[in-house]
Write a new protein. Structure first.
Length: 489
């Protein structure tokens, strides 16, 4: 079936979006999710490994780094994520999703793999260490932009919410893998070898997934909006064949759902600026609010949880990773169990609900903390319950910014909001670290928890007021492509 026809004036009439959205779930989609989901697993793994080996890198038998030098490792990695998201996000919109999700994974693999080859503690080797962490961060930042775009454009509309939220939530699977891996490596192998092997866990996984991704298709939506109609037809035909080969019956295509496009070139960050401030200013405020609030909360709690456990509850540094595993499980279970509700109950209700509920629960736990009613175990349980909802909410922030803007600027939009979130999120650990101090003034952390609760509730109220009811809708109905001439419904 040919559903893309060129008309006079360079206009292309196509049914490709409708053909994608009417597909039933199949093994093809499952393979797609597995191959794409590794991006967040790797990010969670990298952050956790870097945190876990921080203490080891200060030892004379490793790199003998100062506390400040070790802290800078995480900062450099996060800076790399921001640069990578902006750089590769633009290339993803320009060159295609498939090229970029192969390139970004390869960049990460090289960067993280080379980190393990830091052989000394001299100035040159320290610079090498920072450079490799920056490169690894660039790869993961680029993954966020390219992969979120590809997921939204290849997954049928009625499944898009739950899939995107579940995939983003797998960050915490990476945290669990990283925690267990480094816990074993640092306790069973010499520190000099163990920390290096820790940084090789991710590249080994990435190398396997790199081969899996070779067989994934380009986004036919991207192809047709970039004037590659014949390629788009071949791609969608291949996807339909894969779905049919798995035993699923293809529903008929609604012929009235055609969209007419006039492909355009050179849509850069200037075009995105016009989209954000002229066409969709309310959506820009929505995306920024959701991304900033979840990033602030997560960075504040996640990067200081060991300080809280140690300074207020007397948990040793050796035992702290075990608490992280429980914390991470709560974060992982949330998106996997309630993600489907974002497609059924709806985006606005679920996004605002998860933000507000997690904020209220954080406020309640703050009161319990200040009253001295919590210990290390009950504090961790409280975090698990809070972030069961907050994790789904945080994932929905990525879902939101990836589906509410036109396809031509989708990856760039994701990159910009990701960069904004990272910059604001970086303030969290600084603020909360100062509030925690040596644990002598719990009232300061109590105020900090109330601040985090207020930020999340504010994000939820913004979603309630400005939310886009995107559930089960085609991406082209949510945000008309910049290249569209008419849409027939």
């Amino acid at each position: 079936m040919t559903s893309t026809v060129a008309t006079p004036g360079g206009v292309v009439r196509t049914l490709i979006p409708a053909r994608i959205d009417r597909l039933p779930w199949s093994k093809f989609h499952t393979r797609l999710v597995i191959a794409f989901g590794v991006a967040w697993i790797l990010d969670g793994l990298e952050i956790t490994v870097a945190s876990a080996v921080a203490g080891a890198l200060s030892k004379p038998e490793t790199l003998h780094l100062s506390a400040a030098a070790i802290g800078l490792i995480a900062t450099v990695y996060l800076a790399g994520e921001v640069v990578g998201a902006l750089f590769f996000g633009r290339l993803s919109d320009k060159l295609g999703r498939r090229k970029l999700f192969m390139i970004t994974l390869a960049v990460y693999l090289c960067g993280s793999g080379l980190t393990a080859l830091t052989l000394g503690s001299g100035a040159g080797w320290v610079i090498f260490l920072y450079a490799t962490r920056f490169v690894a961060g660039m790869g993961i930042g680029g993954e966020y932009a390219a992969i979120n775009s590809a997921i939204d454009e290849l997954i049928p509309a009625r499944y898009r919410g739950r899939v995107d939220i579940a995939v983003n939530g797998t960050y915490w699977a990476g945290a669990i893998i990283g925690t267990l891996g480094t816990f074993i490596l640092l306790n069973e192998i010499s520190l000099s070898v163990g920390w290096r092997l820790g940084f090789l866990i991710g590249p080994v996984l990435a190398l396997v997934i790199l081969f899996v991704r070779r067989n994934l298709p380009e986004s036919p939506r991207w192809q047709v909006t970039n004037g590659r109609a014949a390629q788009a037809e071949a791609t969608i035909a291949g996807i339909e064949h894969a779905v049919a080969a798995s035993g699923r019956t293809l529903p008929p295509v609604d012929e009235h759902a055609a969209i007419e496009l006039r492909p355009v070139d050179k849509i850069g960050y200037l075009a995105l600026t016009r989209v954000l401030f002229r066409v969709y200013p309310r959506r820009a405020v929505l995306g920024a609010s959701l991304m900033i609030s979840q990033s602030f909360l997560y960075n504040a709690i996640f990067f200081t949880y060991t300080l809280v456990l140690g300074n207020f509850y007397g948990v040793s540094a050796q035992s702290a990773p075990l608490y992280l595993i429980v914390f991470a499980i709560g974060n992982l279970v949330g998106p996997l169990t309630i993600g489907r509700l974002f497609d059924t109950v709806g985006r606005r209700v679920m996004i605002s609900g998860t933000y507000i509920v997690s904020g209220v629960l954080l406020g309640v736990s703050a009161l319990l903390f200040y009253a001295g009613a919590l210990d290390a175990v009950t504090q961790t349980i409280a975090w698990c319950v809070i972030f069961f909802f907050a994790s789904a909410g945080a994932s929905s922030a990525y879902l939101t910014v990836s589906e509410i803007f036109p396809i031509e600027v989708r990856a760039k939009a994701i990159a910009v909001f990701f960069a904004i979130a990272q910059c604001f999120g970086a303030l969290g650990p600084l603020i909360y670290g100062a509030l925690i101090g040596d644990g002598a003034h719990p009232v300061r952390l109590f105020i900090g928890y109330l601040l985090g609760a207020a930020v999340m509730i504010a994000g939820g109220l913004t979603a309630l007021a400005l939310g886009v009811d995107a559930e089960r809708k085609s991406l082209e109905d949510i945000a008309t492509p910049l290249s569209a001439t008419t849409v027939t419904t």
